[in-house]
Write a protein that binds this ligand. Structure first.
Ligand SMILES: Cc1ncc(COP(=O)(O)O)c(C=O)c1O
Length: 461
């Protein structure tokens, strides 16, 4: 019998020939135009899979705050729900129900006075959640100004210069002045008194960060709230707080439960977090929750009926994958508070261990000792023939990605290097990182002609 794959068109042959002998893998990958012809699924798979080898392993990525490991059962649930769109709440009512359960669990975790009734939603990440939190502040402020017959065309948002770029985006995209409080002296987080001093009648709110993207330090939300209380006594200005708990919102309740930073402070009106950071879900899922329903202006909720049924929507994006929300609910009920505490404690222990060992190497000084997030940041304290940018660059020789960057205004003279310890970064891996750092320090020493580089290759933080 004639074997139909043995002769005839190369299209027939393609699907059965050994992978790396296939015609489509002998030429370059399509780059600038969709190819005219199809290729076998396995050919396309290998072509793409092999290119992605160059990304390296996400487990070596010590720059990211995002989760890079999840349990097989979570993978399974995510795969079962890849096809679902989070926005189709009428079609997937049970997925919508899981989203609301997560909102109320977070509201409860953060001590909202009526956790089971308050409002919030999932987002694609903290950036979208921060946009919604910021918009709610702007809408409330504008309504207040209009009601009292005052101009509402020059809103400002007070924040430290150490806030993440999403707040600068918020300010620019939504036409709000970003009123930055610079860091001074030895500060790595915003000074609460100076944040309160920066407020005026046009301030829609103050952002407090838990914890800082630059060094992992928590801002003192209690002190900020007290400073704003005093401002109110002096001037009558009642300025709300939004807490950007992108990382800390999922850490502090488990590791520092006594720390008061959340809805226990009546001035805190909204909180965001990234489910995909210490919420332990793969990217992208974020959350925003308001203290009380009325803290979110009704105009920000849209009712749409074109998916069948009337559906309130509160989000910037419309369509979004449901699988991350399902995975978040899985983590919350599978791990429970005890599980989150154990995982974060393990990360903390690794961070403290690594911090001690790095400090003992000689040329480094730690900025705080992983007291807040399980994040380590260090600076150089000695004159050397290499910089932290050079160390970062050389650490890539075995795949490690350890960013070096400048602190924000007004501390831009300080260059730091940071490691985010996440679920899956074991003590054993931390020892291997340390061994590689030692190896590179010895190499720099053996190269007296080496000159330090003073700019980075461009890590995002
Ligand atoms: C404090 C802070 N806010 C917001 C963000 C943005 O979060 P996402 O990446 O979830 O959009 C980050 C990300 O690192 C962050 O650290």
């Amino acid at each position: 019998m004639k074997e139909n794959h043995a002769e005839g068109s190369s299209r027939w042959n393609e699907a059965v020939r050994p992978i790396y002998a296939r015609e489509r893998l002998l030429g370059p990958a399509p780059r600038h135009a969709i190819p005219a012809e199809s290729m076998a699924p396995s050919t396309a798979y290998h072509l793409i899979h092999d290119e992605l080898i160059f990304d390296g392993s996400s487990r070596f990525n010590l720059a990211t705050f995002c989760s890079t490991w999840m349990e097989p059962e979570a993978h399974k649930l995510m795969a079962e729900t890849f096809d679902k769109n989070m926005i189709d709440k009428d079609e997937y009512p049970q997925t919508a129900e899981l989203e609301m359960r997560c909102v109320h669990m977070l509201a409860d975790l953060w001590h909202a006075p009526r956790a089971a009734e308050t409002i919030g939603c999932s987002t694609i990440g903290s950036s979208e959640a921060c946009m919604l939190g910021g918009l709610a502040l702007k809408w409330r402020w504008r309504e207040r100004m209009r009601k009292s017959g005052k101009a509402s065309d020059r809103p400002n948002l007070v924040m430290g210069s150490n806030t993440q770029v999403c707040w600068h985006k918020f300010a620019r995209y939504w036409d709000v002045e970003a009123r930055e409080v610079p860091l001074t002296g030895d500060e790595v987080v915003t000074n609460p008194e100076r944040a309160a001093e920066a407020c005026d009648k046009n301030t829609i709110g103050v952002v407090a960060v838990l914890g800082s993207t630059f060094t992992g330090h928590y801002e003192d939300v209690t002190a900020l709230s007290a400073a704003l209380d005093r401002l109110q006594e002096r001037t009558g200005l009642d300025v709300p707080i939004h807490v950007d708990g992108a990382s800390g919102g999922f850490v502090a309740p488990f590791l520092q439960p006594e720390l008061v930073w959340d809805f226990r402070l009546p001035r805190v009106k909204s909180i965001n977090t990234s489910g995909h950071k210490y919420g332990l879900v793969y990217p992208g899922v974020g959350w925003v929750v308001w203290r009380e329903k009325h803290d979110l202006h009704h105009e920000l909720i849209f009712n749409v009926d074109y998916l069948g049924g009337t559906m309130p929507t509160l989000a910037i994006n419309f369509s979004r994958p449901a699988s991350q929300v399902v995975a978040q609910y899985y983590n919350l009920i599978r791990l429970g508070k005890a599980g989150y505490r154990e995982i974060h404690r393990a990360c903390h222990e690794v961070a403290i261990h690594l911090g001690k060992r790095i400090a003992a190497l000689g040329p480094f000084e730690l900025l705080g000792a992983a007291g807040n997030l399980p994040v380590l940041a260090w600076r150089l304290t000695k004159q050397t023939n290499w910089s932290l940018y050079d160390l970062s660059d050389r650490l890539r020789d075995r795949g490690w990605q350890v960013p070096a960057y400048r602190l924000p205004a007004d501390r831009q003279d300080v260059v730091v290097q940071r490691v985010v310890v996440r679920n899956g970064f074991t003590r054993d891996l931390s020892e291997m990182l340390l061994h590689d750092i030692e190896r590179h320090l010895a190499w720099f020493e053996s190269q007296p002609g080496f000159k330090p580089t003073m700019t980075g290759a461009g890590f995002h933080h």
